[in-house]
Design a protein around this ligand. Structure first.
Ligand code: TRP
Ligand code: ZN
Length: 491
């Protein structure tokens, strides 16, 4: 019996011959996959024409010389009949590359790895790409000047791919909307640990080396993958009933007490946002003080230094908002950072500190209309990739949600957050979907409200003034009146 692919090729040839055209012309039905994923903030990142379902990464890392050897197997499905397709991959040298087990031609240009398989890939068919590579990985410099990707430390590497660092350590389709499962196997010198996402399946000591095998089956965006390596004390406690891995650099050991509060945080967030979306949790606290930020790597955030409890709450909240429900495009970043910031404030309130309302009032009173650095750019329109992580995305983004809570009422507000987390779990969604959902759940026309909070430059004011109800009004809870009126006067 002929294999499906061979049969298709023979049939194609027969049609071509019958039609009196050459087989080469028949190949014209195959097109090149796009070298862009279509995100205007990072037009070179991501690629079109296929969908990745799984990354299988087999890595060996030598921290003393920052040398990485990798074998990546990428399983994907062709969305078009492809004569060629691209991956994103930076700097590292390629030793061998095959598609379907056959050597394939490739060319490199910047972050694009252009692959021409021996045979075209039929629309709908599955294929495996294997890339064998090695070299000295280095970080990517972001438009805002910060580093991301593979960041070497004094005892290993801090690996944080947001927004564009994933291709610094593995070939991938570096696109928010192409989530996939991961199996990551890392070999490091015996005294070191390599902490990645999901379940720790195996730890194998062989001679002077140790191999860690990690498995994350829930769909994950490329930027949320990590293999942070160094000297760590590794523990596997249960946290609120969830299997977890907690890895702490001995120099940051004070972090243990802070991470011990994760059960309370996960409980609080589960009651507000719905069930925790993943099968594992935990945290990795590195000693990488030059990095300057933590990252919500899926299931297990990474911290550059011992974090305070607000930061831990922030990164855990991202598991719902950012990791399970991911952005469609980078300019929607407030859906990650505004939500995590609001969650951080709600943790503070839960601890007996300021209420979310008090935090809002304090910030609103403190920052006048001339404080443009605080209010601009408006959260849903950052104006370019260099503003992805500026203050207004976080603080004004969080304030937009607090204003929404007061505008629609606490009950409706949590309904919106839970519906958001549930409806888009393990997927992608953007600001428009959020506004539509908030309007559906509250029964209110929130166009003016969100225009003021998310899109209009300058200090928000007058957002409650033209509140109109949609025909089917099913508001509930404390906010049905005009609780913001007093604040509105503040300008
Ligand atoms: N998303 C991270 C957080 O807020 C922050 C972050 C990731 C970041 N990458 C960055 C901040 C690059 C500045 C620059 O939890
Ligand atoms: Zn964040």
């Amino acid at each position: 019996m002929l294999s499906g692919r061979l049969r298709a090729a023979v049939a194609g040839l027969a049609i071509a011959v019958l039609a009196g055209v050459t087989p080469a012309a028949a190949q014209a039905a195959f097109v090149k996959g796009s070298p862009s994923g279509g995100d205007p903030y990072f037009p070179k990142a991501g690629n079109g024409g296929y969908d990745v379902s799984r990354y299988n990464l087999n890595l060996r890392y030598q921290p003393s010389v920052n040398r990485l050897v990798g074998k990546a197997t990428i399983r994907a499905r062709a969305k078009k009949s492809l004569s060629r397709f691209d991956l994103d991959f930076r700097h590292l040298d390629i030793k061998g590359l095959s598609v379907h087990g056959k050597r394939a031609r490739y060319a490199r240009r910047g972050q694009e790895l252009k692959i021409t398989p021996r045979h075209g890939l039929r629309k709908g068919s599955r294929f495996d790409v294997r890339v064998h590579y090695h070299g000295h990985p280095r970080p990517v410099i972001d438009p805002d000047g910060s580093e991301d990707g593979w960041i070497p430390t004094d005892d290993g590497a801090f690996v944080a791919g947001e927004p564009q660092g994933a291709p610094s350590w593995f070939p991938c389709n570096d696109l928010l909307t192409d989530k996939a499962a991961y199996r990551i196997r890392v070999t490091v010198p015996k005294g070191k640990a390599a902490i990645s996402n999901g379940e720790l399946v195996k730890r194998i000591v062989h001679g002077r080396h140790k191999t860690f095998v990690w498995d994350e089956e829930a769909p994950m965006a490329t930027y949320l993958a990590t293999v942070t390596t160094g000297n760590f004390s590794v523990k596997q406690p249960r946290i609120d009933g969830i299997p977890s891995v907690v890895a702490i650099d001995p120099r940051e050991s004070e972090a243990a007490a802070t991470l011990a509060r994760m059960p309370a945080m996960l409980k609080l967030f589960a009651t507000r946002f719905g069930t925790y979306p993943f099968g594992t949790t935990g945290g990795t606290v590195d000693h990488a003080p030059n990095v300057g930020y933590a990252l919500e790597t899926q299931t297990r955030p990474i911290y550059d230094i011992a974090p305070d409890s607000r930061t831990v709450a922030h990164e855990l909240a991202h598991q719902w908002f950012g990791d399970s429900v991911s952005l469609r495009r980078w300019h929607q970043i407030w859906l990650n950072e505004g939500f995590a910031t609001w969650a951080e404030w709600s943790w503070v309130e839960h601890q007996g500190g300021d209420t979310t309302r008090q935090t809002f009032n304090r910030l609103y009173a403190k920052h006048g209309p001339n404080d443009r650095a605080f209010w601009d750019p408006p959260p849903a329109d950052p104006g370019g990739p260099r503003n992805l992580f500026v203050t207004s995305i976080y603080a004004r983004g969080g304030m937009a949600l607090e204003a929404l809570r007061q505008h629609v009422g606490t009950q409706t507000f949590f309904q919106i957050l839970r519906d958001w987390a549930r409806q888009h779990a393990y997927g992608n969604a953007g600001t428009k979907q959020f506004i539509d959902l908030a309007e559906a759940d509250s029964g209110q026309d929130l166009g003016h409200f969100f225009h003021v909070w998310l899109y209009r430059p300058g200090k928000p004011r007058g957002w409650a003034s033209s509140a109109r109800s949609l025909p089917t009004d099913h508001r509930s809870g404390e906010g049905a009146g005009r609780p913001m009126a007093a604040l509105d006067q503040l300008r």
